[in-house]
Design a protein around this ligand. Structure first.
Ligand code: GSH
Length: 208
């Protein structure tokens, strides 16, 4: 298998953490988004959305990080990251959709305004956009905070894909300047994620 990724992308990180946790063999191929490598014809044939991560497994090409994570789990029977029990499976998938559709979108504005704009020389962060994103961040961070109260993990009593999907957004907390003050349950849970060997070994060099 080959995974096209971009270092410091949370979308890549969560997939790489799963590869490490499951002990799967996979070649990592960095695609430099800042140099526009994702817009080259060869890559567009794999992913017409010009986005990483993208997995190639023989003649099967798969994009969307959460779909890739579920596919990787299907290679390791009886793994605890994505148990077969239909309700647990659906609960994990629910949090993965929530990450893409809600929390990730709130975090994405901070990533764009406070990290990417500077890296791409697109000007200063837009205060109005950040103010709107702050409201949205709190709306969904409160849901996460309350859900984590009294729990070690997002689903059931063990680490699952749900934890890797949502936690990956938080790796950029300092650089993206998310308004995380006061979210003590999220901080406690994220500290536990940071102790997981697969999380540690998948830390991008620039964040370690
Ligand atoms: N929903 C997608 C999002 C992937 C994504 O946003 N990737 C970004 C990097 S973090 C990208 O490749 N952007 C390049 C572009 O949009 O042209 C996933 O979860 O895989």
């Amino acid at each position: 298998m080959k995974l096209y990724h971009f270092p410091i992308s949370p979308n890549s990180r969560r997939v790489i953490a799963v590869l490490h946790h499951l002990g799967l063999d996979c070649q990592l191929q960095a695609v430099d988004l800042l140099k526009g490598e994702h817009l080259q014809a060869d890559f567009l044939q794999l992913n017409p959305n010009h986005m990483i991560p993208t997995l190639v497994d023989g003649d099967f090409v798969l994009w969307e990080s959460n779909a890739i994570m579920q596919y990787l789990c299907s290679k390791v029977p009886d793994n605890s990251l994505l148990p077969a029990d239909p309700k647990i499976h659906a609960d994990i998938t629910r949090w993965q959709f929530w990450q893409v559709g809600h929390f990730g979108r709130a975090c994405g504005v901070f990533i764009f305004e406070n990290i990417l704009k500077g890296a791409l020389k697109l000007g200063e962060p837009d205060a109005a956009e950040l103010a709107k994103a702050t409201d949205n961040f709190h709306r969904f961070a409160k849901v996460l905070e309350e859900h984590l109260t009294g729990r070690d993990w997002l689903v059931g009593d063990t680490l699952t894909l749900a934890d890797f999907s949502v936690a990956s957004l938080l790796e950029l907390t300092a650089l993206a300047k998310y308004p995380v003050e006061g979210y003590t349950e999220i901080a406690r849970w994220y500290s536990a994620i940071e102790q997981i060997p697969a999380w540690q070994s998948s830390t991008p060099a620039k964040l370690s």
